[in-house]
Design a protein around this ligand. Structure first.
Ligand code: BT5
Length: 327
């Protein structure tokens, strides 16, 4: 009911009488008043006047489904969106919904996470309303061997959306970090649920620092993390940014499925800051130094080591040893 009242107020953009709302929705004046109060608590500014009724003055910059939907040009991603105030991890929540059969493109987004996850059980700092902490459910009809490509699809989408929407020169660090001037602004965690050779679902979790001030990061992140507000010098509205992210992700996801990985990889190479760089590589087995010079057509990083041999890196961590390539 609250949603229906909001839709009517949004559509009219002028005074709507209490009588119209009551008759149109078949509820009492008291019920209408209760829902208007609820909307105000959510941050909607609604004016009320005895003879005129109600008028929506302003909407909050909170990724409620109604806010994200209005003006969303993606046709699949984000059309089923669950907004939560607080959750342990949006990835865990998305996996639960995916197991229950939610459609592809379902988005779970939270204002804050109290158990946000990175890879290998690392923690992800997700302060309330400071960023976009969300997960998208995907059901790609691909072979298991091709599933790591989704991380690169996500990275290309996020970096493109950041650049187009804010002008901040985001670059991609192999395989899943988005950096600005060497500092991490976004992390991507892709998880997979599969049986034998069939992908049941994948969840792409994206944590993007939006309005976090320098002093708001915990000490261990202060020198290695940044946010869009720090880089652009202004407050960034999260709802339109989320729409851009969903639009880019949908575009690149279906280009990947319809045209193949090569188009994604080509874009990825242009936005990558790990290529043409001396790097230190950390895998579960070893640590070595070398020169990252390309990715192969599966997305594996190619590193030339000191003895001239070429290592093909499918999983692991890379530290950049010199200034980054121009972004
Ligand atoms: C990642 O892991 O970068 C993947 C992060 C994915 C987070 C999203 S938020 C929505 C969804 N729900 C989840 O629970 N997760 C996803 P990794 O490459 O392992 O990097 C983790 C490391 O990044 C940490 O050990 C810190 O050093 C650093 N870090 C943690 N929080 C950060 C932040 N907000 N900004 C920048 N760096 C951060």
């Amino acid at each position: 009911m609250k949603q229906k009242i909001l839709n009517i107020l949004k559509r009219n953009q002028d005074w709507v009488s209490g009588e119209t709302l009551c008759r149109g929705l078949g509820v009492s004046r008291t019920a209408v008043w209760k829902h208007i109060s609820g909307l105000r608590e959510d941050g909607y500014q609604i004016e009320a006047k005895a003879n005129l009724g109600y008028r929506l003055i302003a909407s909050p910059d909170v990724p409620f489904p109604a806010e994200v939907m209005s003006g969303l040009s993606a046709t699949v991603f984000g059309h089923n969106l669950v907004h939560l105030e607080e959750v342990a991890s949006t990835n865990a929540e998305a996996k639960k919904l995916a197991r229950e059969g939610c459609p592809e493109g379902t988005v779970i987004i939270a204002e804050t996470q109290n158990g946000g996850k990175g890879r290998l059980g690392r923690a992800w700092f997700s302060p309330r309303a400071g960023g976009l902490w969300f997960s998208i459910v995907l059901r790609p009809p691909v072979n298991l061997i091709d599933t790591p490509q989704v991380t690169m699809v996500a990275a290309v989408s996020v970096a493109t959306a950041i650049r187009e929407h804010t002008g901040v020169p985001a670059g991609i660090k192999w395989p899943n970090d988005i950096l600005v001037d060497g500092k991490k602004i976004c992390g991507i965690l892709v998880e997979l649920n599969a049986e034998m050779d069939r992908v049941d679902f994948m969840v792409a979790g994206i944590g993007l620092n939006v309005n976090i001030g320098k002093g708001e990061f915990p000490p261990e992140l202060a020198d290695i993390a940044t946010s869009l507000s720090m880089e652009s010098g202004r407050h960034i509205y999260r709802v339109p940014l989320l729409r851009s992210l969903l639009q880019q992700f949908e575009t690149w996801y279906y280009r990947w499925l319809n045209e193949g990985f090569a188009v994604v990889l080509d874009k990825w190479r242009h936005m990558c800051v790990t290529l043409d760089c001396p790097v230190t590589v950390h895998t579960v087995k070893e640590t070595y130094s070398g020169y990252a010079f390309d990715v192969d057509d599966t997305g594996a990083l190619l590193v030339r080591t000191r003895d001239g041999s070429v290592q093909r890196l499918v999983a692991g961590e890379v530290t950049l040893r010199k200034q980054l390539r121009k972004q």
